[in-house]
Design a protein around this ligand. Sequence first.
Ligand SMILES: CC(C)(COP(=O)(O)OP(=O)(O)OC[C@H]1O[C@@H](n2cnc3c(N)ncnc32)[C@H](O)[C@@H]1OP(=O)(O)O)[C@@H](O)C(=O)NCCC(=O)NCCS
Length: 185
Amino acid sequence: MDWTAIREGDVTMAQHAELGQLLRGAFAHLPGLYPGVRTWSSLRPEARVIGHDDEGAAAAAGVLRRVIQVGTTDQLVGVVGLVAVRPALQGHGVGGDLMKRVNAYLADLRVPFGILTCADERVAFYQRAGWHRLSPPRRAVFSRDDTTEAAPFVDEIERNTLVLPVTAGLDDWPDGDLLWHCAPI
Ligand SMILES: CC(C)(COP(=O)(O)OP(=O)(O)OC[C@H]1O[C@@H](n2cnc3c(N)ncnc32)[C@H](O)[C@@H]1OP(=O)(O)O)[C@@H](O)C(=O)NCCC(=O)NCCS
């Protein structure tokens, strides 16, 4: 597997076509989310980490730096999403390798923290990769999608917000609700 970290403006149309195929395969349970070369669902990432083999894009993730409000603190974070491994390769360590590269890329960006949210069944995967679930669960207020018309923000207790201490320590994560003022990618 060849791994690369690439800024969004340098992703070629051929790579978007491969990423679209990868995302449709990995998120087959969410049909229609990634039509054609639409290779993001709500917010477009600013960079990708991509693993490539003879068949094309085999694993990928997106990264987007944002400032989100945590309690009263404006916190710089690297939001991670669009994490996908080609279905035929899942369960053999490729996702773990991908997250090592994602973590390293966040270190290159020198963000204090990475952040992501995920379904219950994915928490263990991210914890294996060094991420920490915020405990107790936090109130999170976020938009589902910033790319179409305005809609009421979701306001809920989010069980699975995970953070990665990058240049900061885990104890430095601010107290308080997570007020995204945007959509997580
Ligand atoms: C989630 C996903 C990226 C994981 O990739 P993968 O290649 O299957 O994962 P790996 O085989 O590298 O697993 C990495 C580690 O996590 C562990 N792990 C993976 N899934 C797990 C689970 N559901 N529960 C517990 N541990 C899990 C593995 O045992 C492995 O541990 P090890 O390093 O000690 O062996 C992949 O399954 C995928 O693309 N799923 C569909 C899309 C998706 O759900 N993306 C995430 C959205 S939040």
